[in-house]
Ligand binder design. Sequence first.
Ligand code: ZN
Length: 197
Amino acid sequence: MTVYKNIGEFIDFVNISNDKFSLFEWKPPSSMRRFDLDLNIVKENPTSDIFFHKDKGNMKIVYIRKHGLIYTVGASPRVQYQLLEALLEYVDLKFNEMYDVDVILSYGDFSPGLFNEFNQRMEDIIKNFADLDLIKRIHVECKVCNTVLPLFVKKTVIENAESHPVPIVYIHKGHAILCFIDRNFHHRGVELVNITG
Ligand SMILES: [Zn+2]
C-alpha cells in the first residue's frame, strides 16, 4: 500500500516527447540520472495507443505513443505496471488540457523550457495520486505463494472493457496467475497460468 500512497518515492522519471524532442521531463529532486538511451529505444516503437512494458531489472519502464506524443515512466520494480499506466493516462489528459501541443509546436521555434509550467501540475499529480481514484486494489489468492496479494487494476481497464469478467495476468516472483475481474471490481476466479516469451 505504501507504494501506491507514496508513488513519487518510487518513480525515476516521467517523460513526454515527440519524435524529435523531449517536451517535458520530471525527475525526483536532486536526481542526476539520464534516461536518453531508454527513451531512444522507446521512440523506435511506432505502435500507437498500446501500453508497452519493459523490465530492466532495477527499473520498470512503461510507455505509450498517443496522438503523436510518447509518454514514458520509469519506476522501481516494486510498482505494479497498472499503477504506472494509470499515471501516464492521467498525465496525458492533464498535459493536453493545459496545452494545445500541435499548435504550440507548429510555430517551429521550440525551446526546451516551453512546457516547464507543467512541472507544478506533475508534482501535484504524483503527490495526490492515491486520491485521484484511478485505481482499484483487489485482493487475489495465489496458490503458489500461498498468500493473498494486492492486485492493482486501472479502473479504465474494467470500465472500458467490451465484456466482463476481464482477464488480468499478474506476473510476480517468477510465476503468473490469471485473475478474472468483474464490472464491480471483484475477482471471479484465479488460475495459475504457464508463461512463455
Ligand atoms: Zn504467487
